[in-house]
Design a protein around this ligand. Structure first.
Ligand code: BES
Ligand code: MN
Ligand code: MN
Length: 467
């Protein structure tokens, strides 16, 4: 319906709502799981799908860059070299959908259902929020601006297919293509807001060191009666080694681990608590009796500004039906450490490895295999791009967004700072209840369309403020 009181692009979005949703559904139907080679062809199909939609939307250069892993989608629209350039980054790969049996509807067959947080409905599918739904908002924002002659500056897209597995090929690509990627700012929608009533902008992300450990005891599985008690059981040993990595105050015991951790001033710590947080809501939502974490820090601080060590998976021995009495030869665990500003992931990986080997009893052999790492990032709140993002929220949500430090990691943000000298705007619209990386991932239909609007508003405010 025509409505002359609002900008043309809003009418365009409104008129094309069903198609905008339908196209996202098509993208969500492609199981682009980067971690699992069985989906390799699907990962490529998702990349090609994005290339085609970006061409249709009016990009004047669209290219699929091959890597030794999954391809990188690049697209560009040059308006005027005198105007600023926004580089949009996102990822079209998704986490594995396992365990499938915990999904209420199949992960790659998107459906819209209402939920308490999303009274207008939410799209349920793997990648709905992380990150296909959020990437696709950018493709549609671009289309809306192109079709209504309201694209206010130059734009480039770089959408990768390996974010969920560590972005190692993207790192090489960025280092090798600095000219191609020349821009004034990076725009990323791959984070969340506090709630649809309290919009926020992420200004901090944690770094990461991810590794796998193997503990090997006897040269074969043994009868747990004949040998039990006389031989180091790798699973018992692994458990006590892991348990010793935290002390009774839940500090991490690896020597040197905290040496470089940036400490915040009292004022900075207090400012973190401007973000609303209700402990009762938090614990009830998760079905836990109490929060748990490092002594001396609040939940907001434990997630936002403190480093952590967590076991992500642990296995070994007999886990089939019934009981089998066996003393296993091997035990394994996958361990992640979330890092904060000034900690260096490679150094932390080394500190971990040295310490972990040093605490192993002589009766076992320990190997530590690093997976991937990345550095923490903090983005300034006094920059043009932050002010533009804030103005976009004010225009579209009627509220000033709260700056927040998020616990998650997007390692490429610090790489952009280092290699391209560019800060990122983390203009994400997911909710904590959207279940990213978990069964029943979803993304609000409201968030999808509001996000598209907010992105367009960002371009306009940013271009205006840059003049
Ligand atoms: N989009 C997430 C990161 C995120 C989620 C940041 C929520 C802030 C709030 C991203 O796709 C992701 O999952 N990153 C990984 C790190 C990567 C190195 C595998 C993560 O944080 O576990
Ligand atoms: Mn993501
Ligand atoms: Mn993710």
């Amino acid at each position: 319906m025509e409505n002359n009181t609002q900008p043309l692009y809003r009418n365009y979005i409104e008129e094309n709502k069903d198609r905008f949703l339908g196209e996202l559904f098509d993208l969500l139907r492609i199981p682009s799981v980067s971690a699992d080679s069985k989906f390799q062809g699907d990962v490529r199909r998702a990349a090609e799908y994005l290339c085609n939609r970006l061409s249709e939307a009016g990009a004047d250069r669209v290219e699929l860059f091959e890597t030794t892993g999954h391809p990188i989608v690049f697209a560009e629209k040059k308006v005027d070299p005198a105007l600023p350039t926004v580089l949009v980054y996102g990822h079209y790969d998704v986490q594995p959908a396992d365990p499938y049996e915990l999904w209420d509807s199949p992960p790659f067959e998107p459906v819209v259902k209402k939920t308490p947080e999303h009274p207008q409905g939410a799209i349920f599918a793997r990648g709905a929020c992380d990150d296909k739904g959020q990437v696709y908002m950018h493709v549609k924002a671009f289309e809306a601006m192109m079709r209504t002659q309201s694209l206010s500056c130059n734009v480039k897209f770089m959408i990768e297919g390996e974010e969920e597995v560590g972005s190692s090929n993207l790192e090489k690509f960025v280092r090798a293509n600095k000219d191609l990627l020349r821009a004034d700012v990076i725009l990323i929608s791959d984070t969340g807001i506090i709630s649809n009533q309290t919009p926020s902008i992420t200004v901090g992300l944690r770094g990461m060191s991810y590794l796998e450990v193997e503990v090997v005891g006897p040269n074969r599985d043994l009868h747990s009666g004949r040998y039990g008690g006389a031989v180091a059981n790798p699973i018992n040993v692994l458990c006590s080694m892991i348990a010793s990595l935290h002390d009774e105050k839940r500090h991490i015991t690896i020597p040197g681990f905290y040496d470089k951790v940036a400490t915040l001033s009292l004022e900075e710590r207090e400012a973190l608590h401007d973000a609303p947080y209700d402990e009762k809501e938090f614990t009830q939502d998760l079905g836990i009796a109490e929060v748990y974490g490092e002594e001396g820090y609040s939940t907001i601080e434990r997630v936002g500004i403190r480093p952590t060590l967590d076991v992500n998976g642990i296995w070994g021995g007999y886990i089939g039906e019934g009981a089998k009495t066996v003393l296993p030869s091997k035990a394994y665990a996958k361990i992640s450490m979330r890092l904060v500003p000034n900690q260096e992931s490679e150094e932390i990986t080394q500190l971990f490895t040295k310490h972990f080997k040093s605490i192993a009893p002589a009766g076992v052999k320990v190997t530590v295999k690093p997976h991937h790492g990345g550095e923490a990032a903090v983005v300034p709140t006094d920059s043009t791009e932050y002010r533009a993002a804030s103005a976009a929220f004010e225009e579209c949500w009627g509220k000033t967004p709260v700056p927040t430090r998020d616990g998650g990691s997007i390692p490429i943000v610090s790489l952009f700072q280092k290699e391209l000298g560019l800060d990122s705007v983390l203009l994400g619209f997911g909710l904590d209840s959207d279940n990213i990386h978990s069964p029943n991932e979803k993304y609000g239909v409201f968030n999808y369309f509001k996000g598209i609007e907010t992105i367009v508003a960002f371009y306009q405010h940013y271009t205006r403020m840059k003049q």
